[in-house]
Design a protein around this ligand. Structure first.
Ligand SMILES: NC(=O)c1ccc[n+]([C@@H]2O[C@H](COP(=O)([O-])OP(=O)(O)OC[C@H]3O[C@@H](n4cnc5c(N)ncnc54)[C@H](O)[C@@H]3O)[C@@H](O)[C@H]2O)c1
Length: 259
């Protein structure tokens, strides 16, 4: 028996990285999974990979910045599978590197619209469906950088801090409707986003060396390690958890490293 048997789950940003690992794990645990992303090629591949294992998945082309597309994502899921149990608002981008005094307005708008407004839109359209269905689970992706600053990424840190607060607010509003809302704050996880974060300075060996200076566990996390936390939050194993940020960061927020 799977931990998500009979459940219907949407995962945004699941064409790659953490979202892809989570889509595969949720399907393995019995959920019917909607792979939602604006990358159609990779998203279709993830759905095909899941089908090959004999599990159920549908790809929905969705740009989380666009309200009509997010609304359509929720509606098509309910039409296809009859209801919605789990929404994982995970799509996110780092944006360009620039100090606050030099950050372009376009970069600010794009990052905040994707990472924060995208999460709001997912909840905005999913919550009424979950109420009709008698409850549900929402997981949002924040970051350790929603808790501490990250120089040259003002829009990213502000958007992720906003996700934590939005998560707490929605949890308070909907606890009595049997909807649990939590967020995950990953540390450095080895996905495509790491390349984007470092931009022109990306060098695999150097980046892997650097991470040991601030993640006591001494390595990047793997997407599957976040997927397993998402599974805990999506399943009844976390039945008493709501309104909380869950940190998975190899110890980086515990304090400065000695030496
Ligand atoms: N990897 C890390 O170290 C790390 C750390 C903290 C938080 N996060 C967060 O985890 C989440 C997943 O990132 P990842 O590391 O798996 O990176 P990733 O780049 O591998 O995956 C991000 C996915 O989001 C999709 N996406 C981006 N903008 C979108 C949009 N507007 N509409 C629909 N899909 C969109 C991309 O196509 C991609 O499939 C992000 O929210 C990211 O900020 C990652």
């Amino acid at each position: 028996m799977g931990k998500l048997d009979g459940k219907v789950a949407i995962i945004t940003g699941s064409a790659s990285g953490i979202g892809r690992a989570t889509a595969k794990l949720f399907a393995h645990e019995g959920a019917r999974v909607v792979v939602a992303d604006y990358d159609a090629e990779q998203g279709l591949q993830v759905a095909a990979d899941i089908h090959e294992t004999g599990r159920e998945a549908t790809f929905l082309h969705t740009d989380v910045r666009v309200p009509e597309q997010v609304q359509a994502m929720i509606q098509k899921t309910v039409t296809t599978y009859g209801h919605l149990d789990i929404l994982y608002n995970n799509a996110g981008i780092p944006g360009d590197q620039a100090a606050t005094g030099e950050c372009s307005i376009d970069n600010w708008d794009n990052v905040v619209t994707t990472n924060l407004r995208g999460v709001f839109l997912g909840m905005r359209y999913a919550i009424p469906e979950m109420i009709k269905n008698g409850g549900g689970v929402i997981i949002n992706t924040a970051s350790v950088n929603g808790m501490i600053g990250l120089p040259y990424h003002p829009a990213y840190t502000a958007s992720k801090g906003g996700v934590i607060q939005l998560t707490k607010t929605a949890a308070l509003e909907y606890a009595q409707h049997n909807i649990r809302v939590n967020c995950i704050c990953p540390g450095g996880i080895w996905t495509n986003i790491i390349k984007t974060f470092w931009g022109d300075q990306f060098d695999e060996e150097m980046v892997k060396r650097e991470v040991t200076k601030y993640q006591p566990i001494g390595r990047f996390g793997q997407p599957e390690e976040i997927a397993r936390l998402a599974l805990f939050l999506a399943s009844d194993d976390s039945s008493f958890c709501t309104g909380a940020p869950f940190i998975a960061d190899g110890g980086s927020l515990a304090g400065p490293m000695p030496g």
